[in-house]
Write a protein that binds this ligand. Structure first.
Ligand SMILES: *[C@@H]1O[C@H](CO)[C@@H](O)[C@H](O)[C@H]1NC(C)=O
Ligand SMILES: *[C@@H]1O[C@H](CO)[C@@H](O)[C@H](O)[C@H]1NC(C)=O
Length: 480
């Protein structure tokens, strides 16, 4: 489709959304505030509504899957929490005097600060033609047998960047069911490890400082204790369900020496938004309603632009597995990804983030379509698959495509700089565990090259000592 036609298609969709989609007799009303996203169908867990600009599109989960109203996606029956679940939005308690100011480009300069009026400007004022198109493959949640081979395959066949070094991705790890031997393996291959949280608890966005420390710093400690990483390997974090913890989460980021957050979703935008530092006000609408409002100097935000195509087929989504592409074949999935990607590649070359949960890889057509896309993108000029930290390093010191062959932060990993390889025969520690929220008991098998802990590590007990509240964390960077 040429671009004039695309514009017409988009306009037509806004005016006549009903013509393009499945509708039902019942009326579902999209929530007025933040009315974009997926919502449980009150009638059945097999279906959900996708609200796009307040119009509800009825969607079905693929055969055998059910809509989980916590993660807002289709998943296996035993994991799905049927909705609609009540939502609680805490009233804002911000002091309006502390609010971050609008971007002031005369005060905000690289390498410490980056912002632009509408968020779409390339750092260093580079021309899009001379800007590398970075792709960030990110994977959320526990690494384990269900996804390890699938994730390996994404990086298989020694796919290389233009400088001849292997392509890289970023993993935001959560604890339950995680295999730390596998985490160590990915870290050893030069992929980036960040934290999600220990427990993926619901409603964390409205909790306090101590809860965020326990979840984020606890997760980092567990990785240090059981995947043999060092604290300085772990510099990024992602809030569960893309619900950032208002200012509280960013205070923890600042106090405990994290470099970036990647939790803020952006509504569909004609031109994608570049990452920015949080020195100034966020340059776009806050989709979750729980973004930070104060200034956090030098803390970077790597936001999640919405994925969509001009026809809105499949809807729009921050995580790719939340768009409705199950019914498509691999070629259609590939074409969809390619159109979505072209919005970046042909415009301002903002980093193209591809965020995934395991779900995507449970459906063969989606997985095959992704492989086709990666193989295709890997052949396009000036396309680089980098970790989130590599991307940020480029942003602080933007180099044109001509100057990248010797760009040090993107060079091949030197073995001595990588985390140690995992052992050949990890301990598979069987640990009984009673989930503190559900009180359901079971056994968790924790794989690690380290000694088995006495108890399953959890909030407040990252070493698994068996003493609840054994952990004492203290801020490393407190600015006072
Ligand atoms: C779990 O057990 C604790 C204490 O034994 C209790 O306070 C709590 O209400 C229980 N939770 C559920 C969901 O049953
Ligand atoms: C942990 O890593 C260090 C080097 O960083 C290495 O000397 C040590 O053997 C590793 N331990 C295990 C259990 O993998």
């Amino acid at each position: 489709m040429d671009s004039a036609l695309k514009v017409i298609a988009v306009i037509a969709l806004y005016v006549f959304p009903i013509a393009l989609c499945e509708t039902t007799g019942e009326t579902f009303v999209c929530p007025e505030v933040g009315g974009n996203g997926n919502y449980a169908d009150p009638a059945t867990c097999r279906r959900f509504y996708q609200c796009v600009d307040n119009f509800p599109y009825l969607n079905r989960c693929p055969a055998g899957l059910y809509f989980d109203d916590v993660n807002k996606l289709c998943t296996f029956k035993n994991e799905a929490r049927c909705g609609p679940l009540p939502t609680t939005e805490a009233p804002s308690t911000e002091n309006p005097i502390d609010l971050a100011q609008k971007c002031d480009t005369s005060q905000c300069t690289l390498p410490y600060c980056f912002c632009s009026r509408d968020g779409t400007i390339i750092p260093g004022g580079l021309d899009p033609k001379e800007t590398p198109q970075m792709i960030l493959l990110t994977f959320d949640g526990a690494l384990n047998q269900n996804n390890y081979d699938h994730y390996q395959k994404v990086f298989s066949h020694n796919k290389k960047n233009p400088n001849g070094c292997l392509i890289k991705g970023t993993f935001f790890i959560s604890h339950e069911y995680c295999d730390y031997n596998m985490v160590q393996e990915f870290a050893h291959r030069g992929h980036e490890i960040g934290v999600e949280t220990v427990s993926l608890q619901k409603g964390l966005h409205d909790k306090g400082y101590e809860e965020w420390v326990a979840e984020m710093i606890g997760m980092r400690e567990i990785l240090v204790n059981f995947a043999n990483l060092t604290k300085s390997d772990i510099v990024g974090m992602r809030a569960p369900f893309l619900k950032p913890g208002r200012n509280t989460q960013y205070e923890v980021i600042e106090d405990y020496g994290f470099v970036y957050d990647s939790s803020i979703g952006i509504p569909p935008s004609r031109v994608p938004i570049w990452p920015y530092s949080l020195d100034y006000k966020i340059p776009h609408e806050c989709k979750s309603g729980t973004c930070p409002t104060k200034s956090f100097k030098g803390t970077w935000e790597v936001p999640l632009n919405a994925h969509y195509v001009a026809t809105y087929e499949g809807g729009h989504c921050p995580y790719l597995d939340q768009c409705v592409l199950h019914s498509h074949d691999a070629n259609e999935v590939f074409e969809w990804l390619r159109e979505d990607f072209e919005r970046y590649y042909s415009q301002n070359r903002a980093p193209y983030m591809m965020p995934f949960h395991t779900n995507w890889f449970q459906i063969k057509e989606l997985e095959d379509g992704l492989h086709k896309f990666i193989d295709w993108a890997n052949k396009q000029p000036d396309v680089w698959f980098v970790t989130t930290t590599q991307m940020l390093t480029w942003m602080t010191d933007p180099k044109t495509t001509k100057d990248l062959s010797g760009f040090e932060p993107w060079m091949c990993d030197k073995p001595e700089q990588l985390p140690a390889p995992p052992c050949n025969l990890p301990n598979k520690c069987p640990l009984s565990f009673k989930h503190p929220e559900t009180n359901i008991s079971g056994t968790r098998y924790l794989s690690t090259c380290k000694e088995c802990p006495r108890k399953y590590p959890w909030l407040g007990d990252s070493k698994g000592t068996g003493v609840a509240g054994a952990d004492v964390y203290s801020p490393e960077n407190r600015k006072k």
